[in-house]
Design a protein around this ligand. Sequence first.
Ligand code: 13P
Length: 248
Amino acid sequence: MKYLIGNHKMNLSEAELKSYFKSLKKIAKNSSNFVGVCVPYVYLPLANKMCKNTKIHYGAQNMFYEKNGAFTGEISADMLKDFNTEMVIIGHSERRNIFKETDELVNKKVLSALANNLKPIICVGETKDERENKQTNKVLKTQIKKALANVEAQSLNQIIFAYEPVWAIGTGVSATVEVAEKTIKFIKEIIAKMYDLQDLNKIIVLYGGSLNEKNGFELLSQSHIDGGLIGGASLKTEKFEKIINIKI
Ligand code: 13P
């Protein structure tokens, strides 16, 4: 079983998403994979309505860590739960880079998501410069350690990690299979070491960054890659379906 989760980012209209869910419902029904989609906040009521009694898992793309208060424009975990939201992306590189989210903020959001029974999808990844300067391992180690500060071992099975190299996102050029597999194994080893775990298979890490129906088979065939967090190629069900139906 692989996790195939779409991140719609700031895309699709309500009407488009309605027909999207209608098609995805059938695709998910015939799949043994975990099929998910993270939609803009305003479409969570629609997801709640249309994904009920289906095999589609849905989530949000962000949240704030406080329970309530004077935080104009923000959305709390409780509000997400009002619409039966199951997952929430935290620390996506677009949030880190465009909205200047820090590792400390990511950690607060992770703790709040866990406390509210949401599955955080924690994104980590290096920039092109960092990779070229051989900083990848150091950057990932810092992002992971800080994201998981004060997270208890028993919460780990509630967390999905996503390795999303910034240079591969939305560029049409994914990481090579070797790089993706090796880096994801490294991520699992860091987490295993932090929590004294013997079995790397207990840690779920997805790959994200220009994963599509053409390179999906190779990437998803790797033993440490537990699935994909998919942007562009998840926006049309015709494309997403080809990834969901890849037989490993
Ligand atoms: P693309 O698949 O469009 O490269 O986006 C990946 C991503 O950022 C998923 O969160």
